[in-house]
Design a protein around this ligand. Sequence first.
Ligand code: GLT
Ligand code: MN
Ligand code: MN
Ligand code: MN
Length: 388
Amino acid sequence: DYQPKPEHKFTFGLWTVGSSGADQFATTFPVRGPKTPAELVRLLGEVGAYGVNFHDNDLIPLDATPAEAEQIKKDFRAALKETGLVVPMATTNLFSAQIFKDGAFTSNDPKVRAYSIQKAMRGMDLGAEFGAKIYVFWGGREGTETDATKNPLDGLKRFREALNFLCEYNNSQGYGYKFALEAKPNEPRGDIYLPTTGSMLAFIETLDHPEMVGVNPEFAHEHMAGLNFMHAVAQAWDAGKLFHIDLNDQNYARFDQDWRFGQQNWKQAFFLVKFLEDVGYTGSRHFDAHAFRTEDYEGVKDFARGCMRTYLIFKEKARQFNEDKEIQALLAEITPASGEMEKFEGKFTAEKAAALKAFSFDRNAIAARGLKYEKLDQLLTDLMMGIR
Ligand code: GLT
Ligand code: MN
Ligand code: MN
Ligand code: MN
């Protein structure tokens, strides 16, 4: 019936359903009036989401007084209680305010760098108040327009130092956060450091507490870089680093579109859902997307319901794929058992290497075998199109 349930772990950010519909060409002409965090929680409750995530300033505006902050938190908490929504993830806005015009942790200005770490610590405090266990770092402005201004080695060093500091802060407070680093190749900066999930995975191993840090791959961001999102997610999973995921959609090589999940690239979305379900990923399915500028708040609900519904449709299709006799028979055929190659497989031994070097392969006979990938892929197409 494709109805979202809490066990599906569908979450949205306050900034996603709360998007005003403004864009680069209409920054001062929002099409949707603001809603309070508490109102957005109720909207998410109505459409059946499991959780809500926030940046520090999605919840508490940058210039709120302490009294205003208390009131907002009280209302937000009441809405969470009323709807049963949870807050699995929190993050810091280190990209909107003017002070971040040259980055945050990697800015050339030491005051900006220190302010950014202060803001992240306060953001962690806020997230912890609402029970968040994942803390995302998206370095939106950590980069350059011209490399005349900054050496990327300094950028990496500063980013590493900031994360090491915040890992220790996490420990010192006993928050138990897992950090999730989110890559994006560009926009708003000309180039953003650590542009892909793969870059992030390598960088994590250079930190003082690599076990505390994983990734938050975003569908749209890997596609902006022209990459296969599911492959990036698989690598993160393989490394034990898939702590969170940002689901949305994006045409390749365009600006950051943040569309409804599954809106455009059905097949990539299908393989992604199939991957997450097959491996048994238990984290949030977070939709980092927003409704078209054409929509009012009814349209925002259509958007949010659509993200979850499409996920569940693909989940069902993945189940059908796994149970389809013809498809599974083909898969078995194209991945033959090891047979006489078994003796060459696995760990290196000198005898194995010598035997393999001496073995005679019939290269042409092996190459002559058709693999039936066309047939398999068309079966998948039929299945996805609902005629199977
Ligand atoms: C912003 C960005 C997203 C990040 C969010 C977390 S903020 O909307 O476009 O990709 O995930 O900072
Ligand atoms: Mn995005
Ligand atoms: Mn975005
Ligand atoms: Mn994102």
